[in-house]
Design a protein around this ligand. Sequence first.
Ligand code: TRP
Ligand code: SF4
Length: 366
Amino acid sequence: MTNPPKKRVLSGMRPTGKLHLGNYVGALENWVRMQEQYECFFVIVDWHALTTDYADPSHLKENVIDVMLDWLAAGLDPEKCVLFIQSHVPAHAELHLLLSMITPLGWLERVPTYKEQKENLKEKDLNTYGFLGYPLLQAADILIYKADVVPVGEDQVAHVELTREIARRFNQFYHRVVRTPNPTVTGLPMSGPHLVFPEPAALLTPAAKLPGTDGRKMSKSYGNTIMLTDPEPVVRQKLKTMVTDPARVRRSDKGNPDVCPVGDLHKIFSSKETMAKVYEGCRSAGIGCIECKSWAADALVKILNPMQERRKKYADNPRLAWDILEAGSARAREVTDATMDEVRKAMGLDYSLEDDSKGRAKDSTK
Ligand code: TRP
Ligand code: SF4
């Protein structure tokens, strides 16, 4: 008996450099789980990085390799999922171009991230065609694999929604009507539209609130991160200076882990037993913050250590990582070639000479 085909997953990350714990909890950890159940494609979207960082691409290569090393470190396994680079699969660009023909400008201008990012990144000139087209390129990334499921964070849901709208619009313009095989047996209608693109579903990554060392959301731009590559002493030092329940000023003050960023870290990373000790000890002032933080650091080190060991294997031999990306990109191209054949046909771009005596006649007069 053959198993039913696995659902296909596609997700991507911009190569912006080494990843931090927030990236792990917000995305990677989930991807690592998904590779067991789904047919997964994970792409490093270097073209997307250029939409905002076009003025200085000098770090692009280094950032691509850093993201890849962190992916492998976190446990993405090239035996179980396809890891690749967007720019090594040029068909993403071709589909982006073709989709641009049918994409109303208003749809792009209305995407919430468009205005937000332009506001947030005031120091960059984002009045560019590439930046407006960012979510359309993302739609091409997704649709070209006919992905069923797109695991993303909250901020990306609007992009997946746009992708669905583009898929629908494409299917409306360019479907072929095909005969149903064995309609009497299957009870299906005699014929129906063959739709090139399925509509992908966003799978919202459950957003555990991961605070940075200053208590705000962990984010590179706040400088409050704990990196997947931070060595143990750095993790411990960062924890030492991490903010705590502001009501607990002195050792003798009672505190509340539910309003303490260190408490949040415990909730995500510590065992039940440790959690119990934290609640008990913090609320009764039985433990000090220094001790409590050292337990949180223990929990972090425990998950970071195996990652850093795995990372080292590839970092010492980057050829290995590039080979994985090259093989992944080749596998991705197999899929995109097939999709693009369908897309070109659907859009009237299939100029094969069969059944086309006019074209042939013209040629032969030369
Ligand atoms: N825009 C996504 C982000 O910033 C990255 C991305 C590009 C992506 N293409 C994608 C995510 C396709 C999911 C699917 O996080
Ligand atoms: Fe936070 Fe722990 Fe201090 Fe309580 S004991 S305030 S949870 S660091």
